[in-house]
Ligand binder design. Structure first.
Ligand code: ARG
Length: 559
């Protein structure tokens, strides 16, 4: 079923089709609501039609007699038939339910999304949380818009630090502590290594030795490393479970590319795009640009070399149309370099690489880090949020059924919503008391509004509304008009890789709905009116819930 805006586009196209393409029809929102529901700027067609904007606007007005149109300063301002529009959208939502807002833009196109990508043998960091939350939302958005999606968790499981860790573990590791909490113990011995290395320079060599062994597939080194990885994945899974994230399609990490990285160096050398600088191999990227270092003077490859190997491998495996890297903005240069090296290597898909950067998490204005001990671990952060959600819900609704589940959904949802409600490049402030407020632009506010709509619709009779005998008021109209913008918002958020557009949209919808709720009773003596309002509540619930789902947030039926 087409939505009203698409209808309008079709209708305008029918008037102008001898002159312009459908894609070129512009439909804007008027500056003020009183001016109309949609505005068609007609000066855009003046040149091709060789007519004045006002003449064109008048032609449109004459031909589209089923709309009310005012011609003002070259614009055709369109008032749509509110009754027809309302029926159309409410019926559409009732019919399509969760499918409402889907589109087929991405049909037969593939997007690979790399996100989360924590480093093994280290606690899951707040930066990785952001990557996980943003990546998961983008995954849902791409699926909703019809793309084929593959997700990759590019584990940080390679590098000289693992040599140090093996040495440290063998030297200072405590079997008991390891059983208890492996990641914490590994962190402890790793920190100890660095402290000791300050005093004893020989330790660095020990670390290097073990890293070399690991590279040469030494049995003991490999066993330990595999075990680090296993324990880490178990630990990460706890976080993924809390966030409600299912499996990634691939967990192929950096280490998988250690040999392929050598092939990349060889290929680059063969193609003659590298040179030797102080013993190292670099690719010059032009004036004023930092060259890409792809092989150190000791012959080892680097982070970027493995990334290039991974990229080529992924193109072969998935033949993607787009690949998204959801990685903090501090790695912007890294991804620019990858793109440029790839272009120099002659691969034409360099343009399909998108670095989806994001800002830091701040606490009291300072960078929050799991390393510096400001927050013990990410699971603690989520647990704290759940804890506070529990306190609030105990107060507000002590007899709530299914309380534990709801408390979890609210606590976790609050963290996710706080992350996604602003444009991702901005830093976000993490303040527990603020993100869990039931008022304002928060996750709990949306969840609460959704539960409110859900409780109203128990009285829904599912009769058809008699629109003839209905006067649609301003508050009802605002909700209905907003509902219609869902699909468009999702498409925009895909185009800009920006989940915050959906977050802002559901805030607006929740506010529109709550204004209606505050000003009018849903249950009226007039049954027809009651049915109409309850249908609005039903549609609002569907869209709020689906909007939250796209962001990775669960919505309780009652709270
Ligand atoms: N593990 C890396 C880190 O924690 C992030 C990996 C980003 N992805 C990539 N393809 N380089 O910094």
């Amino acid at each position: 079923i087409m939505n009203i805006k698409q209808h309008l586009k079709e209708d305008v196209y029918n008037v102008l089709k001898d002159y312009i393409k459908k894609e070129d029809i512009v439909i804007e929102k008027p500056k003020m609501r009183e001016m109309g529901d949609y505005a068609l700027p007609c000066f855009t067609y003046s040149k091709v039609l060789k007519k004045s904007p006002n003449d064109i606007a008048n032609t449109i007005k004459e031909k589209l007699c089923n709309y009310e149109i005012n011609v003002v300063n070259g614009y055709a301002n369109v008032f749509i038939n509110k009754k027809e529009f309302s029926k159309n959208i409410l019926d559409k939502i009732a019919l399509e339910k969760e499918e409402f807002g889907s589109s087929k833009i991405g049909q037969s196109k593939t997007v690979v999304i790399e996100y989360s990508s924590p480093n093994i043998a280290k606690p899951f960091g707040v930066g990785h949380l952001r990557s996980t939350v943003i990546g998961e939302a983008l995954k849902n958005i791409c699926i909703k818009t019809g793309y084929n999606v593959y997700t990759i968790n590019y584990l940080g499981d390679y590098g000289t630090q693992f040599g140090k860790l093996i040495y440290a573990y063998k030297t200072w590791g405590n079997a008991e502590a390891i059983k208890e909490n492996p990641i914490q113990e590994l962190k402890r011995v790793y920190v100890k290594f660095h402290e000791e290395a300050e005093k004893n320079k020989g330790l660095e060599d020990e670390g290097r030795k073990w890293f070399k062994k690991l590279c040469e597939n030494d049995k003991e080194a490999l066993e330990l490393w595999n075990w680090f990885k296993e324990e880490s994945l178990k630990d990460f899974q706890k976080t993924y479970d809390l966030l409600g994230i299912n499996k990634f399609d691939s967990y192929t990490g950096e280490s998988y590319y250690k040999d392929l990285a050598n092939d990349v160096v060889e290929e680059i050398e063969k193609k003659g795009i590298s040179k030797i600088s102080e013993g190292a191999t670099i690719v010059d990227l032009g004036e004023n640009k930092t060259p890409a270092l792809i092989k150190k003077s000791d012959g080892t490859t680097l982070y970027i070399t493995r990334d290039i190997a991974a990229l080529i491998d992924r193109k072969n495996k998935y033949n993607f149309d787009e690949i998204l890297y959801v990685v903090g903005s501090e790695q912007t240069l890294h991804f620019e370099q990858i793109k440029e090296v790839l272009q120099k290597m002659g691969y034409d898909y360099f343009d399909s690489i998108h670095h989806i950067g994001f800002g830091m998490v701040l606490q009291d204005g300072k960078k929050m880090s799991t390393r510096g001990g400001r927050t013990a671990s990410l699971n603690v952060l989520l647990d704290n949020s759940i804890e506070l959600a529990k306190k609030i819900i105990e107060e507000k609704n002590p007899n709530l059924p299914n309380k534990d589940e709801v408390v979890k959904q609210v606590g976790v949802g609050a963290v996710i919503f706080n992350d996604l409600k602003n444009y991702r490049i901005n830093d976000i402030e993490f303040k527990l008391e603020d993100i869990l407020k039931f008022e304002g632009e928060t996750g709990p506010y949306i969840q609460y509004t959704c539960a409110r709509a859900n409780s109203l619709i128990k009285k829904l009779k599912n009769n058809s509304v008699d629109y003839e005998n209905l006067e649609i008021n301003e508050y009802e109209w605002n909700v209905i008009f907003r509902l219609n913008e869902f699909e468009e918002t999702i498409l925009k958020s895909k185009d800009n890789y920006d989940p915050s557009l959906i977050a802002k949209y559901i805030i607006d919808l929740a506010q529109d709905f709550n204004k209606l709720y505050a000003n009018y009773k849903f249950i009226d003596e007039n049954e027809n009116l009651t049915e109409f309002r309850l249908q609005i509540a039903y549609a609002t619930k569907i869209v709020l819930k689906e909007g939250m789902r796209l962001l990775g947030i669960n919505a309780p039926d009652e709270m």
